[in-house]
Each structure stands twice: as C-alpha cells, then as structure tokens.
Design a protein. Structure first.
Length: 429
C-alpha cells in the first residue's frame, strides 16, 4: 500500500484510514456519527514543535498543511504550538511529570528513547493498526530512531544527514582527484597542504562528527541491542576510524577547531574561502553559502568510504503521540497526514527533507542538491537509541579530543569511553 496521493485519491484513502483508525473503546476520543452512519473525527489535536514561530516551516504548517487536514476532517481543529528548541526538551520533561503533555510532539530523534523510558509515549508499533504500512515506506535509519527495547514509539517526520561538501576548484588547483575513500582523502592531504588548505575540517568530536568515520571503518558504538559498548566502541575497526583522523591532524591536514578551540575559522567560512578542501555537513548549508558566499560553488559527494562502506549519521525529528492524549484517533490521523506525500513535499519546499524513500527522485526538482543526501540516507545510521546517549556523546568527545591532542592513544581513549558507556547503558537494561 502506498501512502495516499493528492486529489480525489487522498480523500478516499483518508476516509478509509479514518474508519480503520477510529475506536469506540477509548472513552476520551471525541467522535461524531454522521447521517450515513459513518464515524467522523472531532475535537482538538494539540501539536508541539520547535519550528521558529516566524519560519517558513510554520507558514507552511499553518497555511497549507493544517488547513488541508481540517478540510478533510471538518470536525477536527489542530492547535500547533511552536516552542524554542532549547526550551522544548525541558518543557516535555516537566509536562510529563505533571501529565500535561500535548497529543503530538515533533521530537528530536535523540529524545524518543528518553521519553519512551519515562513511559509517556504511545507504543505505536502495537497500537497503530497500520503502523507497518508507514514503517515500510521510510528510510530504515530514520525508522530506527524510534525504537526502544523492541517497540517503536514514533515515526520519522523529517530527516537529514551529512555528506562530503568540497571545494572543487581547490582540488583542481592542487592537482588531485576528489576523494571517494578515506585513503584517497588522506593521500590528497599533502598536495592540498602545499596549496595552502586543510584537507578536512570539523568543529567537534562528538557522535554527530565521529560516527561516520567509525561506521565507515567497519566499527560501531554498541551491540545491536544497545546494552554494551565494550567490544564495539573500542574495537579495532572503531579505533582505526578515529586513528585516521588523528593521523590527518598530526600531519597538519586538519585545523584545531576539532578540539573546540575558540577563534578558529568555522567550517562554512573555511570551505568557502579556500582554506578547507572538505567538510561533512547537511543540506542547510546550501542556502547559507548562497546568502553569505554567493560567488562560491559548493560541490557534494558521499562520505569517504572505508572497509565498512560509506556510512553517515541520521539527523532529523520524529512524530510521537503521548499516552495522555485525550483524542488519540484524531491525533493519529493527523500523524498520518503529516506523513502523506503532499505534506512531506510541502515541507520539502521549505527545506525539510522527507522521510518517504520513494520521494527521493522528486526532491531534485525542488532542490537539485538534495540528490547526494537522498543517496547517503540509503546507508545512514542512527545514533544509538538510548536515554544515555547524550552522556555517552559527551564522553566520546572528551576522550577523542584527548587522543587528538596526544594525551592518550586512540585505543586508550576508546577503552575509557567504552567503559564509561557500559555503566550508563546498564542503568537502562
């Protein structure tokens, strides 16, 4: 089954999904019986998100998506509530304690395991009748961000990943080919250095920055069940992935900003001014370059491959339903509508990458630069889905930076990180 299209097919499919989703066994759900005996949805759906109040995303949500949904379901009112990102997480935790959560939340992918562990999310894979229909149509890496202890507590809503962004003119000047592998990137370092540029730059050493190098080297962070890090984060493959970066840094092929030092040239500025040959970053960089460096042409390719392939990290947000929702049927139907092709493409027009894998070919007609990101999402992986991730992420950054500075060997740093991660993971298993 395909997620519904626009026009008459949308109305017919929505009606079918509505009838399938409605359940008279939930007393809080507001339902109205029409003259033909059909059950229609009614009531209010409250939806929290972190889009900026004056953003094009909110304009599309409030001006296009919500009105279209309310036209299909005239008895339902969707109340969207923008909350600044830095405040939303704390507001969710505070509201969970007081059981004052909304019906739906656009949640950062890292928050889903934490909220699931608190017991405040609806287990969609067991309570949403057509969950698998939607699960089958999204990128596997995005779906995995909703998994906690064998149950899916949400569905992906929008996504992104990092690819290799590069200065093609700089490579031409240095007389070296665009690297497709880690070895080729390292080999290009000397010529790029002679041309006055660093081969690669990144501004951090946490998971978002380091996971592509670890995974592409064939390493990992934890076991598949996310119960232990020892033997994975400190495996020979993971060590080699980080060692490659340490070697580039020691050879003078990377700048100090990876250590968090203040005053260094940021990745976007360095790439656009011929100081950095490559960076890893997301699709949001294209409008940034267009606005700040209109004369610079950014090029893109896949993350440099290693023994584990070309593997990047999944970013984005998920859509989750709270257990305390008083209008679950209507909320679930709005969730479905947010995952419809028309809603996903509408948000793509304002920079939100769809999670429906079949839409990939259509995205290049919206923005040609989406092509490399769509390809990379085929193999991109999520950060380990655990409430302990933010702490593990911080530990990784500290230990990897110690290795880059030369205070420890990479093996020593990852041994320590894995040991500390084991203790944190044990708290949730």
């Amino acid at each position: 089954m395909k997620i519904w299209k626009s026009g008459a097919a949308v109305t017919a499919a929505l009606a079918s999904l509505t009838l399938a989703a409605c359940s008279s066994s939930t007393p809080e759900v507001t339902q109205v019986t029409g003259g033909d005996g059909a059950t229609e949805l009614a009531g209010t759906v409250t939806y929290w998100h972190a889009y900026s109040a004056d953003s094009p995303e909110v304009a599309t949500l409030e001006g296009t998506i919500i009105p279209a949904f309310e036209t299909l379901h005239p008895g339902v009112t969707v109340k969207d509530v923008p909350i600044p990102y830095d405040e939303l997480h704390q507001k969710l935790i505070t509201a969970a304690a007081g059981e004052q959560l909304p019906d739906l939340v656009r949640a950062d992918i890292g928050w889903v395991p934490e909220l699931a562990n608190l017991g405040v999310l609806e287990p969609l894979s067991t309570t949403m009748p057509d969950f698998q229909t939607y699960a089958d149509q999204v990128y596997p890496g995005t779906l995995a961000t909703n998994l906690w202890k064998g149950t899916y507590y949400g569905l992906p809503l929008d996504t992104n990943t990092r690819v290799l962004l590069y200065d093609a003119a700089l490579f031409e000047q240095a007389g070296v080919a665009i690297p497709t592998t880690v070895d080729e990137l390292m080999d290009a370092g000397s010529a790029l250095k002679e041309a006055g540029a660093y081969a690669f730059a990144d501004n951090g050493a946490g998971g978002w920055n380091m996971l592509p190098w670890i995974w592409s080297a064939g390493g990992d962070i934890t076991d598949p069940d996310v119960t232990v890090a020892t033997g994975y984060l400190n495996s020979a493959e993971s060590v080699q992935g980080i060692q490659n970066l340490v070697d580039m840094y020691n050879a003078g092929y990377m700048p100090d900003i990876i250590l968090g030092d203040s005053g260094g040239l940021q990745t976007s500025d360095g790439l656009a001014t011929d100081k950095y040959a490559t960076i890893l970053d997301g699709p949001w960089m294209y409008p940034i370059f267009a606005g700040q460096y209109p004369d610079f042409t950014v090029s893109a390719s896949q993350v440099p491959a290693g023994p584990g392939g070309s593997v990047s990290v999944v970013g984005g947000e998920d859509i989750v339903m709270t257990k305390s929702s008083s209008n679950k049927d209507a909320a679930m139907e709005f969730m479905r509508y947010l995952l419809s092709e028309e809603s996903q493409l509408a948000m793509a027009e304002v920079g939100q990458m769809p999670v429906l894998s079949d839409l990939g070919p259509q995205l290049t007609s919206i923005n040609a630069y989406y092509a490399q990101f769509v390809e990379q999402l085929q193999t991109a992986k999520p950060r380990p889905p655990t409430p302990a991730w933010s702490q593990i992420d911080s530990i990784m950054q500290d230990e990897i930076r110690a290795a880059i500075r030369g205070d420890k060997t990479v093996q020593e740093a990852l041994d320590e990180a894995a040991s500390q991660a084991d203790a944190l993971l044990a708290e949730f298993n």
